[in-house]
Design a protein around this ligand. Structure first.
Ligand code: ACM
Length: 639
């Protein structure tokens, strides 16, 4: 391991600026003096008043990238440090992850050297430690099922069969389904015993399958007896979920026999509460290799979630290979000190990239399909396109004033321009390739967070608006999205998007599914306008949010504090009027990855809240039980 040469430490205090002040101290841990350098750090707490810094010179900022120079002539001797303060922040710091996520120094010769960073500490105030978030839990029935089934009337047995094997006469599809779930268990729990064996075994128990069209879509019924189990199902997903429940029961009884048992009498009759049981992952801000995506899909299948919403593009990178535009996944992914896309969100001196080839995508889609998970891809348009516009500069209106608008994340001029014919040609080609890769009924086109004022300084946009009698950013957004909806419909696909798709006149509600993320009320409003809705409110289902108010609890906090108990208990359809309930298609977890710098961080924030959402998506309200959930969730596999 290489020795760290420099370390940046930081504190925040509430006074010293409208949103407080950071104090940074750079330690020189190398053997040589550090002089003639600049320092860069990335931080989600941005500096918006450039003059408001002391003992340093602000040089530039792009979104989370901040560059400073030390005072002229500064030299830091080995073992010594330099302290500077930065106020003029765009919001106060609330948690230990609100400071610098990464840093590097650039020497006079152009060399970049990583600087280690420490967690943000509070200055002159107590930095509260994180609380315990999960109670010990309590089981009324000793079964390791998660999500908990709709109806269970089963008796715990003594011991458990070594394996379950298919009764004579099982079909090839039924054998394949057992094999698929066995492989899933072996991937998720590498040291676990396989739950199923295709060959009968004297210490095993026979599993007899029964196709039963009277069972609900995705539902199943298990009937237990001491010598045989019956699994009745109507479709492949229901059969898989029945097998998954058996595998969970066995795995629980085997791994924690003092707590969990396997039934030897009674029934489980199960079906999902909602048809859309989703999990989203932002792979733009941080890249997740294909193997991680497959493992996440495995976890979704284990939790009986059925939609993987793959957020493939954003300001920070375009991750999907498009053969017609190779620049998207060369220039459009590479963030580094000397690249057109600057380091962001934890990047340092080394350039970082990562994208999914079309071969990767086909494998991931097939992997998901085999586990009854549909992959819904998202390309986020027209906003959130800083990387696209760097990769394909011809998509810019060259006459638009630079910095004429900024996104909420601080990117200047980052929206695809609806007045440039090439924008549509580009998107036609992208969609042509996407529909070949993704068989999903819906393609998600984003539509979120276009900054008010976007395009108003673009002469091409102004001309189009005059011609079409359009006024304002959101009416122009609506004009653009209507075209996109037509493009999707022409390809036999339906439009999914974030709730702002409805702004400025929106698009036709028919065959449009919108995700209510800003708050729960937005979902009801969309349903009233005729849209189908999936509930993903940040206040309950954004898994990047902090789980407690304590300063030392990591995470984002713009949507508030989201403890696992709140995520579990939240009733997404709670305030929907009866007549609008059929518009509410389900619920979804969202994993925005700005803060997600490591696997450990991912697991800490995603679990147990992802299983909590899975149970909210599947289990009837009357069967939800936080303490039972808490007793079972430690068994959940993690990434
Ligand atoms: C979003 O969180 N911008 C959908």
């Amino acid at each position: 391991m290489e020795r760290v040469s420099y370390r940046l430490e930081s504190t925040w205090q509430a006074d010293g600026g409208p949103n407080g002040r950071f104090t940074f101290t750079l330690f020189n841990l190398s053997d040589a003096p550090l002089a003639g350098f600049k320092i860069v750090y990335t931080s989600l707490t941005r500096v918006i008043d450039q003059k408001a810094c002391e003992n340093a010179i602000f040089l530039r900022r792009n979104a989370n990238f901040h560059e400073f120079a030390p005072p002229a002539g500064l030299s830091i001797a080995p073992g010594k440090s330099w302290t500077f303060t930065v106020s003029g922040l765009h919001r106060p710091a609330k948690h230990c992850t609100d400071g610098a996520k990464s840093a590097y120094v650039t020497l006079d010769n152009g060399e970049h050297i990583d600087v280690a960073v420490s967690d943000l500490l509070l200055e002159n105030r107590v930095s509260e430690p994180p609380p315990v978030l999960l109670p010990e839990g309590k089981l009324d029935l000793p079964f390791a099922l998660q999500p908990w089934p709709a109806e269970i009337d089963a008796m715990p047995g003594d011991g458990f069969p070594v394996v379950l094997y298919p009764a004579a006469g099982s079909s090839a599809d039924e054998l394949r389904a057992m094999s698929t779930v066995t492989s899933l268990v072996r991937r998720l729990f590498e040291s676990a015993h396989a739950p199923f064996n295709l060959q009968s075994s004297p210490q095993g128990r026979a599993l007899s399958f029964k196709a039963d069209p009277s069972i609900a879509a995705e539902g199943y019924k298990l009937t237990f007896a001491a010598d045989e189990i019956t699994l009745a199902y109507a479709d492949a997903a229901g059969r898989q979920y029945g097998l998954t429940s058996l595998a969970q029961l066995l795995e629980g009884a085997r791994s924690e026999p003092n707590t969990f048992r396997f039934p030897d009498a009674g029934t489980i009759s199960d079906k999902p509460r909602y048809g859309w049981r989703g999990c989203h992952l932002d792979v733009s801000r941080q890249f997740y290799p294909a193997a991680d995506i497959k493992r996440l899909i495995d976890i979704l299948a284990w939790l009986k979630l059925n939609i993987f919403h793959w957020h493939l593009t954003d300001d920070e990178a375009w991750r999907l290979e498009i053969k017609a535009y190779p620049e998207l996944t060369t220039t459009g992914i590479l963030r580094g000190p000397d690249e057109p896309l600057l380091p962001q969100l934890g990047n340092g001196a080394e350039p970082v990239g990562g994208f999914y080839s079309q071969v990767d995508v086909r494998e991931i889609v097939a992997h998901a399909l085999a586990l009854s998970v549909e992959v819904v891809p998202e390309i986020d348009i027209p906003g959130h396109n800083a990387a696209t516009l760097v990769a394909l500069p011809e998509l810019n209106d060259g006459q638009e004033a630079p910095d004429s608008y900024h996104s909420v994340q601080g990117y200047p001029n980052n929206a695809l321009n609806p007045a440039i014919p090439l924008t549509y040609e580009f998107l036609e080609k992208v969609l042509d390739e996407m529909v070949e890769l993704f068989p999903s009924a819906y393609i998600h086109i984003g539509g979120d967070e276009v900054a008010n004022g976007s395009w108003l300084a673009s002469p091409l946009a102004k001309k189009l608006m005059e011609q079409e009698g359009i006024s304002g950013t959101f009416a122009l957004q609506s004009y653009f999205l209507k075209h996109i909806k037509d493009m999707l419909n022409a390809r036999g696909r339906k439009l999914a998007g974030w709730n702002e798709v409805a702004h400025g006149g929106g698009v036709a509600a028919k065959d449009t599914l919108l995700m209510a993320w800003e708050n729960p009320e937005v979902g009801i409003d969309l349903a009233r306008q005729g849209y189908e809705v999936v509930m993903t409110p940040g206040q309950a289902y954004y898994l990047d949010m902090v789980q407690a108010e304590a300063f030392q609890e990591p995470g984002a906090s713009w949507a508030g504090t989201v403890p696992p108990e709140h995520t579990y208990g939240y009733e997404a359809e709670g305030d929907f009027p009866e007549e609008l309930k059929d518009k509410m298609k389900g619920v979804q977890a969202c994993i925005w990855s700005e803060h997600f710098l490591s696997r450990g961080y991912f697991n800490r924030l995603v679990f147990p809240r992802l299983p909590a959402i899975a149970e909210a998506a599947w289990t009837p309200k009357a069967q939800k039980d936080w303490h039972r959930f808490a007793a079972i969730v430690p068994l959940s596999p993690k990434l």
